[in-house]
Design a protein around this ligand. Structure first.
Ligand code: SF4
Length: 411
């Protein structure tokens, strides 16, 4: 039931990212838990906007890193603006170019996000943006543009820990970040005080879910085709970060998934057939790439965003968040994420690494090149792909290269 489907991607006639999610629900017909996770993903943005209109505070934000625990503790839903990409089309690209004068070569991630915000102006939906200076220059520009258009925008300073930063300098960074977190609280609530009981509750919830999702990832080694690439990417990269705006429902679905996986008989043929792969790089909206991996017989079992470290629960919660930020793969330098990738390659005995980024994104291309060299020196095959933050059907060239790479590994 869960083995790769022998169908041609083009025959699926899927033309939008939303259609991929619908298709993924059909593919996972045997798993109520995965369908619930995909339902949550599908309703994340619209559901958060509905809740906002009904009175629940919400902000557009990265939806990861330090933001969700802090925002949930403040009673605010974090809504990841990157998830708006799946509602975008070629018309959104044109809108961004015409109204905001973006050069045509500007990355599509930025153009579709700005266009989506533009279309929401004066519609009564979420009107606050929590930006991050650690994103990229195009996004830094977008905060200013949206502020000029009337959004209430707050932007944190850059978070970055150089590879050799320790001791007193690190303590300064932690203190500085705690004040930054208080700045966010003040912007959202008018007070720099953060309820420590609520924040500790959110940290405990996050640690609990990090452990549960780690368990899912371990069980996937025994059932490599049970949860396919798009479903795990949405569950991990979006859901584990911000719970799709519905923490209790997300946790219940993860619990159900663990039970399903534990109760599914192990099929040795399935394990032998799987080609374990690690995904290194961005996971945007080009959902067809993930389907191409599945259809070629690859099993995307390792991800750059795999849970790496828990939050400390033995220190004040704001400090715990600041220390987690500087002690994790998102601390800035590419070497931190490489440690996670290397741990994933070892854990899974991976046979290949897929490096993926967006056309026009200088932000991530240097990291990808460093990682490619690192894994090549270890003798591990890598493919370095550039796709787009897709707004339509997937690009043929990327799909062809994925298929060829997986087939080469299989041979
Ligand atoms: S594709 Fe790269 S440069 Fe463009 S918005 Fe995303 S991170 Fe920034």
């Amino acid at each position: 039931m869960a083995l790769p489907l022998k169908v041609d991607l083009e025959a699926l006639d899927i033309n939008s990212q939303s259609e991929y999610v619908t298709y993924s629900k059909q593919v996972h017909d045997y798993s109520p838990a995965i369908k619930k996770l995909l339902d949550l993903s599908e309703d994340y943005v619209p559901g958060s906007e509905r809740a906002f209109k009904a009175g629940r505070p919400a902000v557009w934000c990265q939806g990861g890193n330090y933001q969700p625990p802090l925002l949930y503790a403040l009673g605010v839903t974090p809504v990841a603006y990157s998830e708006m990409g799946r509602y975008s089309s070629k018309e959104d690209m044109l809108l961004a170019e015409d109204v905001y004068q973006f050069p045509v070569e500007t990355c599509s991630m930025l153009k579709c996000t700005v266009a989506q915000w533009h279309k929401r102006l004066n519609t009564g939906t979420i009107n606050r943006i929590l930006g991050s200076s650690s994103s990229c220059e195009p996004f830094n520009l977008s905060w200013e543009l949206m502020r000029l258009r009337g959004y209430d925008v707050f932007v944190n300073e850059v978070i970055y820990r150089g590879p050799s930063v320790e001791g007193e300098r690190l303590e300064q960074l932690v203190d500085f970040t705690v004040e930054q977190l208080r700045d966010v609280a003040e912007w959202l609530t008018g007070s720099r005080d953060v309820d420590e009981t609520k924040l500790s509750f959110e940290i405990a919830r996050k640690n609990r879910l990090l452990r549960k999702v780690k368990k899912v990832l371990d069980l996937r080694i025994l059932h490599p085709f049970y949860m396919k690439s798009l479903a795990i990417i949405l569950t991990l990269n979006v859901g584990l970060n911000n719970y799709f705006g519905r923490p209790d429902d997300y946790e219940a679905a993860i619990d159900e998934l663990i039970v399903e996986l534990e109760n599914t008989p192990i099929d040795e043929k399935e394990i032998q057939k799987a080609i374990p792969l690690v995904w290194a790089g961005g996971t945007g909206q080009e959902f067809g790439v993930y389907e191409a991996i599945d259809l070629a017989g690859g099993a995307l079992l390792g991800l750059r965003s795999a849970p790496f470290k828990d939050y400390r629960e033995d220190i004040p919660p704001l400090e715990a968040i600041a220390r987690w930020v500087y002690d994790n793969s998102i601390a800035g330098a590419g070497v931190y994420a490489r440690h996670v990738l290397d741990a994933e390659v070892t854990r899974l005995k991976a046979r290949g690494v897929i490096l993926y980024g967006y056309i026009g994104c200088s932000f991530a291309s240097i990291d990808r090149e460093m990682w490619r060299r690192f894994f090549h020196e270890k003798g591990l095959p890598c493919v370095n792909l550039e796709g787009s933050f897709q707004t339509g059907a997937p690009t043929g060239q990327v799909l062809t290269r994925i298929k060829a790479f997986v087939e080469m590994l299989a041979a």
